[in-house]
Design a protein around this ligand. Structure first.
Ligand code: PEP
Ligand code: MG
Length: 564
């Protein structure tokens, strides 16, 4: 038996045979080309046309999030700047293969330097390069085969294009060596209900040397085991069955909302970022929206959206929620989400630079127009609209934001707590605000000084890290003292066990990823609130991420019964 550990990225479990997707890509040599410059340029242009068309065909066959990702990848592949960069190398006498390899390396370095979401695009650029090298080398790009028997898919990493034709019913689980909890593999696996473990070191080499063996995957704990012993096999089989039964049954939602067994109402909201998410959130049974990421609406814009445009967009987003709550966040631009209509200076460390609320220093007009549009859209609909600002560090920033929001007639204004200093100002901030929402994704990365997108640092960003949970506790207690609701809208709230513990720490609502909302609701409604509170006390005393997780799981045993 070989047991490995990765990061659980999409809940579920699997037991069966595995397939290792190996990508043997033709090498590109720096030796001078034997063809003319024009011939090499023509070959590269033709390869780019082919790959660009293939990506747009794949986008057409897809829908939802995958379709959007594929369209964006297609744009990178056909970006004239990439071609121009490659042509420079061809002009120096290199082959088209070498030129595109070098050009994509330059693109990857630029993306990596930006960090965050942009750094995640590196794997897209690498995949585009692989596809082009195959085309130029006259070999077929290695695609995921059509499985006849349900199979666990193992890969170094998966690009969105790789997963276009993935058969959800034949893939038991996905395990990758790369990626992180917010990587494409994770997003796609969650949206298709496939169990996934990412950032699993050694998986590819072990898969090569253990071909033909059975594999067990527990995507709740991140455990991956080759030739699992009989006891583990029966545990996984039981878990798979529990998950199947739970997914087939309805989660009970009373007329007042989701309720623990002892009658505590727990609001469970959805995180959304696009109009398409609205329907999915409502179908998943969301009590409303706990985080509307407005920057995602404008990432591809060259000019700032006008007041009228924004008013219409927010009206369309709020209206379907009827009288439900919608928490909308003002632009969280900068760092990994640069926006073309905001001028960012070159910063050596953008994640610690001018981002989120900090962009207000030079762009107060953008915030004012956005608040005005939100207020107008709130008046046009019945939704209970709450507004918050991202990346607030100091109480005076919170005060300025709340005052500004109210000056436009917004009734409920608050801030996100995602910068460590704000934890130590939690008393002042929760007195100033009508509510706060904890962004555990950023708070985790800033508490541990570890980029949230980095696969090698994924352990620091494990949301079970004690420092993060203790920080949540401090903020929640300040909220209770000052009668200020404290929600969590970071990914930590998207796990049924951890979400429950957050409630036990004093958090008053959860806002989850739409794809996991049902799991979280199933978990919370299967527990007693008093048990949750007792479990949270034990979790606070644990000093490693493993210990907090196992302490919670041992305490909240009924979640195990649901395969959560
Ligand atoms: C967070 O940081 O936890 C959060 C919800 O915000 P985002 O992921 O958009 O940075
Ligand atoms: Mg954040």
């Amino acid at each position: 038996m070989i047991a490995l550990n990765g990061v659980a990225a999409s809940s579920g479990a699997a037991l069966g045979q595995f397939f290792l997707l190996t990508t043997e890509i033709p090498l590109s040599s720096p030796s001078p080309s034997t063809l003319s410059i024009d011939e090499e340029k023509a070959a590269l242009t033709a390869a780019i046309d082919f790959v660009g068309k293939d990506l747009s065909d794949r986008a057409e066959r897809s829908h939802g999030e995958l379709q959007e990702i594929l369209l964006a990848v297609g744009e990178i592949a056909t970006d004239p700047a990439l071609l121009e960069e490659a042509f420079n190398f061809i002009d120096q006498g290199h082959t088209a293969s070498y030129a595109i390899n070098q050009a994509t390396d330059i693109f990857k370095e630029l993306l990596l330097a930006s960090g965050g979401y942009l750094a995640e695009r590196v794997s897209d650029v690498a995949n585009i390069c692989d596809r082009l090298l195959c085309r130029l080398g006259g070999v077929e790009y290695p695609e995921i085969p059509h499985f006849t028997v349900p199979t666990v898919l193992i890969a170094r990493d998966l690009s969105p294009a790789d997963t276009t034709d993935l058969q959800s019913d034949k893939v038991l689980a996905i395990v990758t060596e790369g990626g992180g909890p917010t990587s494409h593999t994770a997003i796609i696996a969650r949206s298709r209900g496939i169990a996934a473990v990412v950032a699993c070191p050694g998986i590819v080499d072990y898969a090569k040397s253990h071909y033909g063996e059975m594999i067990g995957v527990d995507a709740t704990t991140g455990e991956v085991v080759f030739s699992p012993p009989l006891e583990l096999q029966s545990r996984l089989i039981a878990k798979i069955e529990k998950i199947r039964r739970r997914r087939e049954s309805q989660v009970v939602r009373t007329s007042s909302g989701y309720q623990t067994l002892d009658g505590r109402i727990i609001p469970i909201y959805a995180n959304i970022g696009r109009q398409e998410d609205v329907k999915v959130a409502l179908e998943a049974g969301a009590d409303g929206v706990g985080l509307l990421r407005t920057e995602l609406l404008y990432l591809d814009r060259k000019d700032p959206p006008t007041l009228e445009e924004q008013t219409q967009i927010y009206t369309d987003l709020f209206a379907p929620f009827g009288t439900k709550k919608v928490v909308i966040r003002t632009l969280d631009a900068g760092a990994d989400k640069p926006m073309a209509f905001i001028n960012f200076d070159d910063e050596p460390n953008p994640a610690l630079g001018v981002r989120g609320y900090r962009t207000i220093v030079d762009h107060e007009d953008l915030l004012r127009i956005q608040l005005k549009a939100i207020a107008a859209a709130a008046r046009r609909t019945e939704a209970d609209v709450w507004v918050m600002a991202p990346m607030i560090t100091l109480p005076e920033e919170a005060q300025r934001f709340v005052d500004m929001a109210k000056s436009y007639g917004i009734k409920t204004a608050g801030v996100m707590i995602e910068v460590p200093a704000a934890i130590f100002h939690a008393d002042e901030i929760t007195k100033i605000c009508d509510f706060v929402s904890i962004g555990t994704n950023d708070l985790g990365q800033y508490l541990h000084a570890a980029d949230r997108e980095s696969a090698p640092l994924a352990g620091f960003n494990d949301p079970w890290q004690p420092a993060l949970l203790r920080a949540v506790h401090l903020v929640a207690q300040a909220g209770l003292r000052n009668n200020c609701p404290v929600g969590v809208c970071g990914e930590a709230a998207s796990d049924a066990t951890l979400g429950s513990i957050l409630l036990g720490l004093g958090v008053t609502s959860l806002s989850c990823n739409v794809s996991t909302l049902r799991d979280v609701a199933a978990g919370v409604t299967a527990l007693n609130f008093t048990d949750i509170q007792l479990a949270a006390v034990d979790v606070l005393a644990a000093s490693t991420a493993q210990a907090t997780r196992s302490s919670a799981r041992n305490r909240l045993v009924s979640l195990e019964e649901l395969g959560l």
